[in-house]
Design a protein around this ligand. Structure first.
Ligand SMILES: [Zn+2]
Length: 563
């Protein structure tokens, strides 16, 4: 199996390649130095842009909350349907598409790896079954561990090593990839109808604070040598004035960062960067937040861009979804997952002529443009919370073109226009920087060594777009670029051409990556843990672990830790 991609403009930031005209050689699913030209297949990429396959660090595409969202929103199915073809299956859904449709749509945009960020371990089997069903892309999932009773108990006791062993056990048991923390302490409080409001509030019954959970798990993450950092949804998310909590959180994590490497990833930062002391005075906190980020290097982030559209919000942050229900009055779902987490779902329509929504739209772009280093801030919508992932080409247009931003801004609420920092920002990202924020940076932050680049040995995941950087000024011709990123000229997955001219031409299954964390000592699976399962969970211990049987194509990554 050989493939030669000839003469494209290659953007491969992890290898410092910035638009050079060159060939990419592929053999047996991997990038290689060269192949004899006359032998295998060829793609003539003359005049086209070549990048590594897209990597999405945070997108809700599988599991209980996504599926409950599908169930509660029949109107979302009618709006958007996919016809069956000779190769592909039919599907429905605009903001919460069915599994096959999700895979096809990502692949058509040149994406090859996507990370499902929010998995209650109790729902892990279902999550993996849906991931199996999502074709065309490699994928992984982050178990929610910030409010898991075992974590709270051992952190409270100050026993970091035992906490680390439990986290390792849970990674193996749920077949997870990273430690997800959502509104730490707030979800446990929500079980009693309460919440926490700062990183120093007490969590009921556990004598612990969000600060101790965040820093404790960041230390555990380091002790276990996990490839990604902790993946954090901050306290007070979605509330006016919360940028102060976000700054407190980032400062707290300075104490864990001792070797200059990132120790945490704050996800969908837009939702955590509100200033003002009420909805009437709500404004952007992007200036304060980006100033901090520009002078520190212990964290990475993603945008959580808002799109003006009808979407479905879903998060483990049950109390936040309750707030959103009170604001909107829409139908809603809220749930409690015993000993682990909470969850909520509510449909939401972000409107241009709503001052708060328009300010949110502006905040995400302000953050992306005011954070100087693109290796710190990645492109997401927190699909489907800020809007569906299919809007990525729109965001690319806003990032590369001041003109594109101005065209949208002038149609938003007058109050939001006046408050927006965008008119004062001249920065326009280059294609090289777009390659960082949509693949290279995300792969690096995730510790995915074979992804996000086109160096020898990398997975042969490649995206080719119909953009000729020598011929067009991308900032001026942003509509051409937007169109190109919507329908990749080619998507190559593991060396196979799976998309051509925006259409799926070959099926691929994609693998499920997970961490096989091997610790020096192991958690004791004794009568005590089994008794806890009997008392606190709705399942017996024996039925809890996700075995290999639940994974279609299992891709374990072995990690060794000295605890
Ligand atoms: Zn999310």
């Amino acid at each position: 199996m050989e493939l030669l991609i000839k003469n494209g403009f290659v953007f491969d930031p992890l290898n410092g390649i910035n638009g050079e005209k060159m060939d990419i050689a592929i053999k047996d699913g991997k990038i290689v130095e060269s192949i004899p030209e006359r032998k295998g297949k060829k793609i003539d990429a003359t005049g086209l842009t070549v990048m590594p396959g897209g990597v999405d660090i945070h997108t809700h595409i599988a599991g209980a909350e996504v599926n409950t969202g599908r169930l509660m929103r029949p109107e979302d199915h009618i709006k958007d349907t996919e016809r069956k073809t000779a190769l592909t299956r039919s599907g429905v859904g605009y903001s919460i598409p069915s599994t096959f449709t999700t895979g096809y749509r990502y692949s058509r945009m040149g994406y090859t790896t996507i990370m499902n960020p929010s998995m209650p371990p109790l729902e892990a089997k279902h999550t993996h079954e849906e991931l199996n069903d999502t074709p065309m892309v490699d994928k992984a999932s982050y178990p929610l561990l910030g409010d898991w009773w075992f974590v709270l108990e051992y952190l409270q006791k100050g026993d970091l090593e035992e906490c680390a062993r439990y986290v390792a056990w849970m990674m193996n048991t749920s077949k997870g990839y990273a430690i997800k923390i959502v509104n730490p302490g707030g979800l446990e409080s929500w079980g009693f109808g309460r919440n926490v409001h700062s990183i120093d509030d007490q969590v009921p019954n556990f004598c612990i604070t969000p600060r101790e959970i965040i820093c404790g798990l960041a230390k555990v993450n380091k002790m276990l040598n996990l490839p990604h950092t902790i993946h954090l949804h901050t306290n007070n998310l979605g509330l006016p004035g919360n940028y102060v909590t976000t700054l407190d959180t980032m400062r707290a994590l300075e104490s864990v960062a001792t070797d200059g490497k990132p120790v945490a990833h704050i996800t969908h930062l837009q939702f955590s960067s509100f200033a003002g002391d009420g909805w009437g005075s709500m404004r952007s906190g992007a200036e304060e937040i980006s100033k901090y980020i520009n002078t520190h290097s212990h964290m990475t982030f993603d945008m959580g861009q808002v799109i003006f559209t009808d979407t479905t919000t879903m998060t483990a942050d049950g109390p936040f979804e309750y707030t959103l229900y009170q604001l909107s009055g829409h139908k809603w779902v809220n749930s409690d997952v015993e000993t682990e987490t909470s969850g909520g779902i509510i449909p939401f329509h972000y409107k241009r002529n709503n001052a708060v929504n328009a300010t949110q739209w502006s905040i995400a772009l302000e953050l992306a443009l005011m954070v100087d280093d693109p290796w710190k801030m990645f492109m997401t919508t927190d699909h489907p919370n800020g809007g569906p992932f299919t809007a990525y080409p729109k965001i690319i247009a806003w990032l590369i073109s001041k003109k594109a931003r101005a065209a949208t801004l002038k149609r938003t609420h007058k109050k939001a226009q006046k408050k927006s920092l965008l008119p004062s920002i001249n920065r326009e990202l280059s294609l090289y920087e777009i390659a960082i924020v949509t693949r290279a940076g995300q792969a690096k932050a995730l510790g995915l060594k074979n992804k996000g680049h086109l160096g020898v040995g990398a997975d042969a995941d490649v995206a080719i777009y119909n953009v000729n950087p020598e011929e067009i000024d991308i900032a001026r011709k942003y509509k051409t670029v937007r169109r190109a990123f919507r329908h990749a000229a080619y998507t190559v997955k593991d060396g196979k051409i799976v998309v051509k001219d925006g259409e799926v031409v070959q099926h691929a299954d994609g693998r499920t990556m997970w961490l096989n964390v091997q610790t020096a000592e192991q958690v004791k699976i004794d009568d005590e843990i089994k008794r806890k399962f009997k008392e606190y969970w709705t399942v017996e211990y024996e039925n809890y672990p996700v075995t290999d049987h639940y994974l279609k194509i299992s891709d374990p990554i072995t990690i060794k830790a000295d605890v």
